[in-house]
Design a protein around this ligand. Structure first.
Ligand code: CA
Length: 650
């Protein structure tokens, strides 16, 4: 009773200070004496904390400290035991401690004691926390969501005080250089959640914000140098948590961009690798560490089809998985079981810490594919309703399908991966909208591209996108034609898919000066920096065409947000006819119609052909203009572009 009273009051106190650190309450409840807390003799223990109540009751701690391999660890804490202690074969400065965290373990802190033969003792205090919510409440993104992709350095500079952080290897910012840091950060995203929300998005995917302490190119985030640390130029861990929490307040979610394939060359472990096979082509690297340059790097051959190819040579297969992506990104060897466990635990650490709504995994076909299946499977076992999307940059639907769970692959490979990326459909849309109509060109590309869905295990779970941080801007791909851009975006938002759109697409951002140039694709979002003469957040200084597109996107995305027919409805489409293409999505009483019309001259289409949809005699509303249309014998299409109609009346 006394204990319950204490818990009650401490919760009241905790609530008054935002109730976010339940663990401090539990420390006292568990009776840990204060002197046990906060002793950190060890240089590094990762993951830095863990939780009780996972399906997997095992935890492997990476311990990094000078000569730590000469020490023996011990733990005295109810429910936690050391199962095995492992040493690296390449360095005396690591231990890998296998812990068993049984059901009897409570949240709290305990000391790990390390003793060597000379009687020296080191102590590190470790924390097990209570999980913040039940595992099944981590709901991942699905086809009811729309994902806003952001390059954080280029979106909004919410905190100029973190632009330059002394002590890091890159300490300059230069907004005139597309490959330099520009100063955008997590605070900038937090400040503009309302903008993203009002556009109709439900999920935000920022490209990686973990530290890239690299001498150059650190802004893009894909050369991580510490897997548990937020880059201070993007903000703090608390700000990352705040972003996730504020998104959840708006019924939105945070997707984390993770990289299992490679780290940055300046990663802290690169100068003292624990095992001889921690990274691929490691000997080459270690033999040349003093004069490391591109000449001695063994690059990936990028032959990703070797993952599926029945006839692939071992040399090609190894060339794909073991080669380095680029010189500054060492290729991690996920066949080393300690590295594999490290990466899996790291992903779970971030899901739990940030209460994520999903993970986007970079360069999916480059790591060891059995590891990737194990990685995704381990996460989905802990979070059965979670979502992960993997990037396979291929225009071949067979490859996109191969990576999706439930695909019944001939070779028996089960990926455990819910979502893949629809590069094939993205290309079909680009070609189909741009091409002149003929029997095998133009809109038929969309029609036949979507027909490929017969081969996918779950088309609804595949992520479709127009534009990302690596591809040319949508507006540029369509020759700076806003009508074509609208056709493409309307189509992708109507598909049985999870749509993802890159920031700035709504204001027709382009890379037309040098198409495909990464620096230019990732141009600063206007209004994100103090003193910007154009402000897309407020509309100040935008052209009429930009404002019009912003409004179009907002109307369409906000309609989509509540449209069960688009999320989960039946899909029917009709082969292109006289430069038009009709797509219908239906669920219950709601039918949504997309008509893409490529004719420059007015045209009348007989609607008898579409009778099977059951719209005859119904009044439909234009989703963008609010005008009504009576669906009877024919429709006059006087304007080139997309026409979006719904049977919904409100
Ligand atoms: Ca900043």
């Amino acid at each position: 009773m006394k204990k319950q009273m204490y818990l009650f009051f401490s919760c009241i106190i905790a609530l008054s200070v935002s109730c976010k650190d339940q663990s401090s309450t539990n420390d006292v409840v568990n009776g840990n004496s204060p002197e046990l807390i906060d002793k950190n003799d060890i240089e590094r223990i990762e993951p830095p904390n863990w939780w009780i109540g996972f399906e997997n009751d095992k935890l492997q701690l990476l311990v990094k400290h000078n000569n730590i391999a000469e020490y023996t660890p011990s733990i005295s804490y109810k429910g936690v035991s050391i199962e095995k202690v492992n040493k690296g074969d390449n360095s005396n400065n690591y231990l890998f401690i296998d812990l068993l965290i049984s059901e009897t373990a409570s949240a709290g802190t305990f000391n790990i004691k390390f003793k060597n033969g000379s009687g020296d003792e080191l102590i590190h205090t470790y924390q097990l926390k209570n999980r913040l919510k039940p595992a099944e409440d981590f709901i991942g993104f699905d086809s009811s969501d729309a994902v806003f992709l952001i390059t954080p350095d280029r979106f909004s500079n919410g905190d100029p005080s973190n632009d330059i952080v002394e002590g890091l290897k890159q300490t300059s910012i230069d907004r005139t250089d597309g490959y330099a840091r520009h100063g955008g950060d997590l605070r900038g995203i937090i400040n503009n959640i309302d903008y993203i929300h009002d556009l109709g998005y439900t999920a935000v995917w920022p490209t990686p914000v973990l530290i890239n302490d690299m001498p150059q190119g650190s802004y893009h985030g894909y050369a991580i140098t510490d897997y548990h640390k937020v880059d201070p130029r993007f903000g703090t861990l608390e700000e990352y948590k705040e972003l996730s929490a504020k998104l959840r307040e708006k019924s939105m979610m945070l997707i984390m961009d993770q990289v299992a394939n490679h780290c940055g060359l300046e990663h802290w472990w690169m100068k003292d690798l624990p095992f001889k096979d921690w990274v691929n082509n490691q000997k080459n690297y270690e033999d040349n560490i003093e004069n490391w340059n591109w000449k001695v790097t063994t690059f990936s051959n990028h032959r990703r089809t070797t993952n599926q190819d029945l006839y692939a040579s071992n040399a090609d297969r190894k060339g794909n998985t073991d080669g380095w992506f680029v010189e500054g990104m060492p290729d991690l060897n996920q066949r080393n079981p300690f590295l594999a466990t490290y990466i899996i635990q790291n992903s779970i650490w971030w899901i739990e810490t940030l209460e994520l709504g999903g993970i986007r995994q970079d360069t999916y076909p480059y790591p060891d594919k059995d590891f990737m299946a194990n990685w995704a499977g381990s996460i989905m076992k802990e979070y059965p309703n979670f979502s992960i999307v993997g990037e396979e940059w291929s225009y071949n639907p067979l490859l996109v399908g191969y990576w999706q769970t439930g695909n019944n692959n001939k070779d028996g490979y089960e990926s455990n991966l819910k979502s893949t990326m629809d590069f094939p459909m993205t290309k079909a849309i680009k070609d189909g909208i741009n091409e002149e109509e003929s029997w095998d060109k133009g809109l038929v590309k969309l029609y036949e591209g979507l027909a490929n869905d017969f081969s996918y295990a779950n088309p609804n779970d595949i992520m479709i996108f127009m534009g990302n941080h690596d591809k040319s801007r949508v507006y540029t791909e369509f020759g700076e034609d806003a009508v074509k851009t609208k056709m493409a975006l309307s189509y992708m938002l109507m598909l049985p898919r999870i749509p993802q759109i890159y920031y700035g697409t709504e204001i027709l951002m382009d890379d037309t000066a040098i198409p495909g140039d990464h620096g230019l694709i990732r141009t600063d979002f206007p209004g994100g920096w103090e003193g910007d003469t154009v402000n897309a957040f407020t509309g100040e200084g935008l052209s009429i065409e930009q404002k019009e597109m912003q409004s179009f996107m907002s109307k369409l995305l906000n309609y989509r947000k509540n449209s069960k027919a688009i999320h989960d409805g039946k899909t029917v489409h009709f082969s292109p006819f006289m430069g038009t293409y009709f797509l219908f999505r239906t669920l219950g009483n709601e039918t949504v119609v997309l008509i893409i019309n490529k004719n420059d001259e007015p045209i009348t289409i007989d609607l008898k052909r579409y009778t099977e949809i059951g719209l005859d005699g119904k009044t439909l509303t234009n989703i963008i203009t609010g005008e009504t249309f009576d669906w009877n014998d024919a429709i006059d299409l006087s304007v080139k572009g997309p026409l979006l109609l719904t049977t919904k009346t409100e």
